[in-house]
Design a protein. Structure first.
Length: 116
């Protein structure tokens, strides 16, 4: 979610650039303004691309019958996202934070012993 931080930083910097712009800007002020505006647009496009990729991946996983998201889709198996080992079967209650960490560690240990 670092994209959101970059986006907010560019919004803030663009606002400062606009508010501190002289009434008759010279070449430097104009180039700084449009550089900040371009950075804001790039950051916004990266955020949108990240969100779209995340949604697409989540939908593909749901269609295959599993999810890695910790507190959504109780009717799907929950996997550990690195090893793809099931850590919560479909229908089980959602895992607490401590239980989630424990099961993820167990899944990674099991996967290290049983490489595919």
């Amino acid at each position: 979610m670092w994209f959101i931080g970059v986006f907010v930083a560019f919004c803030f910097a663009t606002a400062i650039t606009v508010l501190s712009r002289p009434s008759h800007p010279d070449q430097l002020a104009t180039s700084v303004f449009f550089s900040m505006l371009g950075g804001l647009i790039v950051a916004a496009l990266l955020c949108l691309a990240f969100i779209a990729a995340y949604q697409l991946q989540a939908r593909r996983e749901r269609e295959k019958g599993f999810t890695w998201q910790p507190a959504q889709y109780q009717n799907l198996d929950q996997i550990e996202p690195v090893t793809y080992v099931i850590i919560r079967s479909a229908g089980e209650t959602f895992l607490s934070e401590a239980e989630l960490k424990r099961r993820r560690a167990e899944a990674r240990a099991w996967a290290a012993k049983h490489p595919t």
